[in-house]
Write a protein that binds this ligand. Sequence first.
Ligand SMILES: CC(=O)N[C@H]1[C@@H](OP(=O)(O)OP(=O)(O)OC[C@H]2O[C@@H](n3ccc(=O)[nH]c3=O)[C@H](O)[C@@H]2O)O[C@H](CO)[C@@H](O)[C@@H]1O
Length: 345
Amino acid sequence: MGSIVMTGGGTGGHLAIVRAVKEGLVTSETPTAPPVYIGSTGGQDRRWFEEDSDFSRRYFLPSRGVVNQGFAGKIASLRVLARSVMQARSILKEQKASVVFSVGGYSAAPAAIAALLTGIPLVIHEQNAVPGTLNRLLRPYAKAFLSSYDPESPIRAYPVKSVFFDKARVRSEAKTILFLGGSQGAAAINELALSLARDLRERGIAILHQAGERHLERVRDAYREQGVEAEVFGFSDKIPDYMARADFAVARAGASTLWELAANGLPTLFVPYPYAAGDHQYHNARFLAERRLAWVLRESELEPGKVLDLLKQDLSIPSRGLIEFTPRDGAREIAGLLQSYLGTH
Ligand SMILES: CC(=O)N[C@H]1[C@@H](OP(=O)(O)OP(=O)(O)OC[C@H]2O[C@@H](n3ccc(=O)[nH]c3=O)[C@H](O)[C@@H]2O)O[C@H](CO)[C@@H](O)[C@@H]1O
């Protein structure tokens, strides 16, 4: 029958897609043998999946980034990569791989390259509007390239947890605002929120604010000093509930956050992380902004007055638009595509 091999990681952004699609596979109505995971000894891969028994086997191969390095660093990385590609080749053979699913990141390189060298179908998922280096290089050789920004993509739905869709509602008026700094918190969004605090209170708008663990105390104190009540937290696993309560959000444009907000129908002003590779967060946000489904401002363009103007708008148009535009069941569809390769190689 063969097996499905999943690869890629490094950061949570990539690993979250592996996890979502893996869940799509194990909860599938037509379950198949558990998938195999090949990640890296670096990054967060081990922390996410070392103990995850949904995978029949988990391998962590040495790999390191090749891009953003000097000449000597590149050569050293390529030698590590060459060795790991050989190991990945043996694993694919031993596991009788029918398909390799790559979410990109340097963790994905050994298994994705080994798949191409051995003629095993490669399916790539790109999370961002500007493809990462590895995904861009391997795209011409892949059997399928999945991107929620590409109208030609065989699957357009981004793998977002269904709870974001289940809790979706059409907003009209901004009664509650949510500031979302992303997993680390974002200083620029924190500063913006604090400079808006009094105006928001005057307008009777409630504040929910994810500040990031390292900024938490300072942001809490700053609200207290201004005498403004706000629900401030560092990091929470209840993001779906916070989104559901909000009528408007100000957020970074990391891919999962962006598609979760879209699934929930929550109108958002995106403030992209300016140093993301290839400026991909800006392009992620532009994708929705060009369709009048969201707004985007660079950090340098942020002004409290611009946010207050947006809050006066009728939010039902972008909110309804997001709900109509955002397809669901991404993880399940991708799982189905991967299963369709079983036994074909
Ligand atoms: C700095 C950077 O380069 N980040 C990249 C990284 O994002 P990163 O993984 O940081 O960001 P994403 O927006 O993709 O995902 C964040 C996830 O964390 C969750 N969350 C957040 C805050 C919180 O308190 N609780 C919580 O659970 C969000 O709901 C979301 O599911 O990979 C993404 C996908 O390749 C890219 O688009 C991002 O640009």
